[in-house]
Every structure is written in C-alpha cells, then in structure tokens.
Ligand binder design. Structure first.
Ligand SMILES: O=C(O)CCC(=O)C(=O)O
Ligand SMILES: [Fe+2]
Length: 355
C-alpha cells in the first residue's frame, strides 16, 4: 500500500470549477454505484427507517419507547428520534455554523485547519477518510471538519474554526447535549435487552466523542460516485443531524433505504462496539451517503466511542450456554487502526470478528 503524502484535493475546490464529469479517482465500481431514483407514487413505501417519538423521556411512555427502540435496534440498527429534548434552535445553529464555515470562509482559512496528511482520525479540515490508499481506492465526494470534543482533556476549541464567531461555543453546547442524549439512549437500549440501565455505557467506558461536519458539494455525476462509501461506524453510538437535501442511506435486507430528512429529528446509528457488547442482539447499521447533482448537502455526525485502551467483548449477561459469545474480545484501539488501514467495505471489520 502506498501512503498518501501531501495535501489531498478538496472536493469543494473541484466542484467550484463546475466540471461536467467526476474525475476517475471518485468513480465507484459498478456494483457500488447508487441507483439515483426519482420517487414515484408506485414506490414501495413499506421500508422506511423507523421514527421513534421519545415523548421528552416522560416516564409514562418508557415502556412503549423501550419496545420500539428495541425493535428498531434489532431490525435496522438505525432510526430517527423526535421529542428528544435537544433544543431545536441548537440543531439549527449547529447546522448553520457548520455550513457557514464551508460556504462563507475562504479556502485559505479552511486550509489553516487542515488535518495533517496521512494520519487517521486527526482533528481538523479533511477530505480523505483513510490513511493509506492503493491504486484501486476510490475517494469520497466529501470534505469534512472533525472536532475532538470529549473527554474534556481532548477538547481544545482553539483548534476549531473561529468563523463564524459563535462557532466554538455552539460546538461546545452541542457536544454536551449529544453526550447526554447518547447516555439516555444507551440506557434504554440496555433495559430493552433486560440488562441494568448502565450496562452498555459501563462496557463502553468514558465516551471519546468526535463531531464530524460533512460537506458534500454538488456533483456532476452522482450516479457514478458516493459522498461517503458504505461502512458501519466503529464506536458505540452515532447521533446525526442533516439538512433538507437528503442522501444518507441505510442498508436493510439488501436494499438501500433513504433516511428521510426531518429537520427536528436526530438520526441514531448503532455502531460496531454496541453490536459486540450486545452479542449481536443489536446490529450496527451499514450506511452510506449519496451525492446530489444540484445541491450541496451538510450533515453533522457525533460519534461516541470507547477509549483506545478499552477491551470490548459481549456483555456476560447476554452470554449463556445456549447463546455463546458470537464475537471475540478486542482492544478498541487495535480495531480502529485496522479499520483505517483496511477501509470499511461495508461491515467487513466487524464481520471478521464473528466466531
Ligand atoms: O453524511 C451522512 O449522512 C453520513 C455521515 C457518516 O456516516 C459518517 O460520518 O460516518
Ligand atoms: Fe457513518
């Protein structure tokens, strides 16, 4: 494998030249290309990513919410939540400062935050997800900004954009709200499996939280490329908001299903460590983002991961003689390194751990 050195091409810079074609390094193999469909009234609408009303965590609704959540975790590994308690104006402000950084600040400003080329998951402005590439690696039609937000020892707002002027304070507030929601959701998920409410969170340990703002510029040939290749998230739980353009898809029974943009909802994506901890009772969601011919799209994903030193294995309460462990124990940091080196290719990293 050849290690990438030097600054990557910024997709936004490419797109601003109004090309009529996507450069070859962004063209996916035919089997990975998205089917861009214009929705019709004959579409089978039975397959939609579940939307779960959390009723502001009102205890009167806990039983129903737990049941719905448990079913969505089993069948989909991804769902949207409404009445989640995070103020709508905060979701709006987070999208708005993210968009303003990409759209309103000059490239020279963005580049002053560039991720160091060739290092995985570093904080800053980036365009390539993987550390190294072979000739057949296909690039994503995406630029992003990654923030290290938790634990507090990793949080250094001076590494984040200072434009627009309220950028840093919005990210701090957003980070804290997402942590609180992730904790509540993991508690419900534990309970829905008959486990004590702290079971999954205890197995994850202190959250390592990263917030990634993804910017997908308009693309001349969205049918040939992907905004973000098919993958499952490697940590425990991801909370995502998007704008009204749409493009996030979840794989369900071999079909790619679009996650309908709902401005006040938060998309919940189960990640690989939750699949291991729940011994496969709940599965991580395979997902991807498609590009759009006419519009730029923005999403904000908040990842909650274990510390690199954490050992992750199926919860002992879910392992019995009739339900033996289905995954071997891993050290999270080793899982991450291998993920970034090999690339995600759907769920191959987690599938490789299955006993
Ligand atoms: O932009 C999206 O909707 C998906 C982002 C995502 O899956 C990720 O950053 O891991
Ligand atoms: Fe993801």
């Amino acid at each position: 494998m050849e290690v990438v050195v030097g600054e990557p091409t910024r997709v936004q810079t490419l797109a601003e030249k109004n090309p009529t074609q996507v450069p070859p390094e962004y063209i996916q193999a035919p089997e990975n290309r998205p089917q861009i469909k214009i929705p019709t009234t004959e579409d089978n609408t039975s397959s939609t990513v579940p939307v779960i009303d959390l009723f502001g965590f009102d205890p009167d609704h806990w039983g129903d919410v737990r049941r719905e959540l448990g079913q969505a975790c089993k069948e989909w590994g991804a769902f949207q939540v409404t009445n989640h308690g995070v103020p709508f104006h905060l979701l709006h402000r987070m999208r708005s400062v993210g968009l303003s950084f990409f759209k309103d600040s000059p490239m020279s400003h963005k580049l002053s935050y560039a991720c160091p080329p060739g290092s995985a998951a570093s904080e800053g402005y980036g365009s390539r997800m993987l550390v190294s590439t072979s000739n057949d690696t296909v690039l994503d039609w995406r630029d992003f900004f990654d923030h290290h937000t938790l634990p507090l020892s990793r949080r250094n707002p001076s590494r984040w954009p200072d434009f627009p002027p309220n950028y840093r304070e919005v990210v701090v507030e957003y980070s804290d709200c997402m942590k609180a929601l992730a904790q509540k959701l993991l508690a419900f998920m534990s309970e829905s499996l008959g486990l004590p409410s702290s079971c999954i969170e205890d197995a994850v340990g202190d959250f390592y939280q990263n917030i990634t703002v993804s910017y997908y510029p308009p693309c001349p040939q969205p049918e040939l490329t992907l905004g973000l290749q098919s993958h499952s998230d490697m940590g425990a739980i991801t909370l995502l908001i998007q704008d009204d353009v749409g493009g996030l898809q979840v794989l369900k029974d071999g079909e790619w299903v679009m996650v309908q943009p709902l401005s006040d909802a938060i998309v919940v994506i189960l990640a690989d460590q939750t699949e291991i901890i729940t011994n496969g009772n709940y599965r991580s969601a395979q997902h991807r983002a498609i590009a759009n011919a006419n519009k730029a799209r923005l999403s904000v994903a908040t990842f909650h991961d274990p510390a690199k030193t954490m050992k992750i294995s199926p919860a002992s309460a879910l392992v019995t003689e009739s339900f033996p462990p289905r995954y071997c124990q891993i050290v999270y940091g080793e899982y991450v390194s291998s993920w970034y080196t090999k690339g995600p290719e759907g769920k191959r990293n987690i599938d490789a751990l299955m006993l």
